[in-house]
Ligand binder design. Structure first.
Ligand SMILES: Nc1nc2c(ncn2[C@@H]2O[C@H](COP(=O)(O)OP(=O)(O)OP(=O)(O)O)[C@@H](O)[C@H]2O)c(=O)[nH]1
Ligand SMILES: [Mg+2]
Length: 300
């Protein structure tokens, strides 16, 4: 059994071996890992999501943000999530380079999560691990997700603040924003602002926000050049301003509800033996009046 107090002690001293072990333990659903989760008492540690299309510069931005917070004496944890497995290897190798100096820093813990190897689903894995990180002495938890589609929107429901990273040449992403990203973004970043047309792209995003946002909070649009540290201070300020805004109990409840759905769905799915189901399905499908709803009932 891994004791939370011992993980906390390690984090306080800048040793993350036990934390890494606990994470693998939770990921693999080892016996006793559920008890560890049930003992967690998360602090009010902000969870900040960075999301956007592959190669937008999320990791470079995250690395730059880490620098800001480390300089301010904070302990930072990063979960790097890649639901689109084909990019996975490349992304992690890239991150190793992009975040090189932070992999060994005593104030920084970085962990990559792959879709596979998560018994019970990626989303519930993120909920478990971010709650663990909030409970063992970090001041900030960052979640980087590559995504074009539903996954990043789901992840946004788990974060207190979501930074959507776009690049000037984004075309499809802007289309996609209309169908969901617009609602979940707390802050828009136009990274790679060293590229031509960056200013007009940022202006375009601004227009879209003004046209579609009806709430009291209007997400800011921040232009950055992550590789040159341009706009990083502004981004850090915007994140802090967003985090300082009060959250209604309704919003809190919604976040918890969304987490509950993920946890329950994952647990239910974990109980299903896919190999057995496939075999049963094969037999059932061969019958003349196969009906999927009738077949599914045995799993409800
Ligand atoms: N010109 C320019 N290049 C940048 C900027 N920010 C990042 N890059 C480069 O863009 C490439 C991708 O950067 P990453 O930080 O790995 O992007 P990412 O969004 O984390 O990528 P994935 O995790 O693979 O989706 C790298 O070669 C960076 O050096 C920028 O502001 N300007
Ligand atoms: Mg990355």
């Amino acid at each position: 059994m891994i004791e939370i107090a011992n993980i906390q002690k390690g984090v306080a001293e800048g040793h993350f071996l036990l934390l890494a072990k606990a994470i693998s333990w939770i990921e693999n659903k080892e016996v006793g890992s559920d008890i560890l989760l049930q003992q967690l008492q998360p602090e009010k540690v902000p969870v900040i999501g960075f999301t956007g299309p592959p190669g937008a510069g999320k990791s470079t931005l995250v690395a730059a943000m880490i620098e800001q917070w480390v300089a301010a004496g904070k302990k930072v944890a990063v979960l790097s999530v890649d639901p689109s497995s084909p990019f996975h290897k490349g992304a992690i190798l890239g991150d190793r380079i992009r975040m090189k100096e932070w992999y060994t820093h005593p104030q920084v813990f970085i962990r990559s999560l792959a879709t596979r190897g998560h018994l019970g689903g990626l989303m519930s894995g993120i909920i478990e691990l971010s709650t663990l990180l909030q409970s063992v002495g970090f001041d900030i938890v960052l979640i980087e997700t590559v995504g074009v589609g539903q996954s990043e929107i789901e992840i946004a429901h788990l974060a207190d603040t979501t930074v959507v990273v776009l690049v000037p040449e984004a075309g499809d992403e802007v289309q996609m924003m209309k169908s969901g990203l617009m609602e979940i973004a707390s802050i828009f970043v136009v990274n790679k602002s060293d590229r031509p047309d960056a200013a007009s792209f940022a202006h375009h995003i601004q227009q879209m926000i003004l046209e579609s946002h009806h709430g009291a909070f209007v997400p800011p649009v921040i232009s950055t050049i992550a590789t040159q540290q341009v706009g990083i201070q502004e981004l850090a300020n915007a994140v802090m301003e967003k985090l300082a805004l009060p959250i209604s109990s309704q919003q809190k409840k919604q976040m918890l509800m969304s987490k509950m759905y993920q946890l329950i769905a994952a647990e239910k799915m974990r109980q299903i033996d896919a190999v057995k189901m496939e075999a049963q399905l094969e037999t059932a499908f061969a019958q003349p009046h196969f009906n999927i709803f009738d077949f599914a009932k045995q799993y409800y």
